[in-house]
Design a protein around this ligand. Structure first.
Ligand code: ADP
Ligand code: MG
Length: 293
């Protein structure tokens, strides 16, 4: 590889909004055959909105929003931001939690106005042996099959409500998937969210393969497993949760709009957070190598 040809490649990359860590990165683009795409913040905008609230019998919606909003206000997760903003918009000022803990991939827990509050996946509630009443379970299934993320709210040992949040698929994602396929790559959608939501998003952008319900610490293992099957894996992600998977992948592509942890772990940064740049990066690298050979 002549240094000059590589410099031309990386200079053109900068114009396209692609930052490459070093010339050695280009070589791996030749072999990648699979591209794993994180859902939230990568394929979707990651800006979620609180759409709907379903309360259990006898539960006051305002109290649900006050307690859930108070806890989520302390978290930076996109789901948490949606709940906190939606709650504040509907009920005004939120109380300050007396205690707060973030549980990665599951939700948040803490004390608000003397209540022990949980906000997160149904799985988080189950860890505390809390079940959703039938009516909330039904609302959850319906919303999930419509592609919405459902967050349960419980306090003092009882499920009180479920909240529907959703974010939009980026308008560039479907074209990006087409371009990645055009380069001979098989796309896979990877998410900590549930399978129904993941399938709805995948269908919207033209992805057939979905790996859902993956805990943050297991994302790198998913990549490792694909590699063990003999695949050469590119991973695109934005979150703290994606950092280990980005490092494990043969080629890690970080969204420039994402977290510092992801950007540090990636080989390549897509500055504008436009997934089409992932395809551009691979095409450009291959082309650059082509001029060298
Ligand atoms: P992704 O893999 O899509 O980027 P995460 O692994 O960060 O998502 O989270 C997986 C799921 O855990 C979310 O879809 C959400 O249901 C739940 N979750 C995580 N953090 C929170 C939170 N602070 N509040 C509510 N739910 C949460
Ligand atoms: Mg993400």
């Amino acid at each position: 590889a002549t240094p000059t040809a590589l410099m031309v490649g990386t200079g053109r990359g900068a114009q396209l909004g692609i930052l490459i860590k070093g010339p050695e990165v280009l070589e791996t683009t030749r072999t990648v055959d699979t591209v794993v795409l994180d859902k939230t913040g990568t394929v979707t905008t990651g800006t979620m909105t609180l759409l709907d609230v379903h309360v259990a019998e006898g539960v006051d919606e305002t109290e649900v929003l006050r307690l859930a909003g108070a806890l989520e206000h302390a978290s930076e997760h996109p789901v948490a931001r949606a709940v906190a903003a939606g709650a504040a918009g509907r009920v005004g000022a939120l109380p300050v939690p007396e205690d707060f803990a973030n549980i990665p991939g599951l939700g948040v827990q803490g004390i608000v106005e003397g209540h022990a509050v949980l906000v997160g996946r149904e799985k988080l509630l189950r860890q505390w042996a809390i079940e959703l009443p039938a009516q909330l379970a039904r609302a959850t299934r319906d919303a999930e099959s419509a592609g919405r993320t459902v967050i349960a709210v419980a306090w003092d040992g009882e499920a009180r409500a479920v909240l529907e949040v959703a974010d939009a698929v980026k308008d560039t994602s479907a074209e990006a998937v087409r371009r990645l396929r055009g380069l001979g790559l098989t796309p896979i959608l990877l998410t900590g969210d549930n399978a129904a939501v993941a399938r709805a998003v995948a269908a919207e952008v033209g992805i057939d393969e979905v790996i859902a319900d993956v805990m943050p610490e297991d994302k790198a293992d998913v990549v490792k497993k694909l590699q063990a099957e003999g695949r050469s894996v590119a991973m695109v992600g934005d979150g703290v949760n994606d950092a280990a998977a980005l490092a494990q992948a043969d080629l890690g592509l970080a969204m420039g709009t994402g977290t510092d942890a992801a950007i540090e772990a990636g080989d390549l940064t897509l500055v504008r957070g436009d997934l089409r740049a992932a395809a551009d990066a691979i095409r450009l690298s291959r082309k650059t190598l082509g001029t060298i050979r």
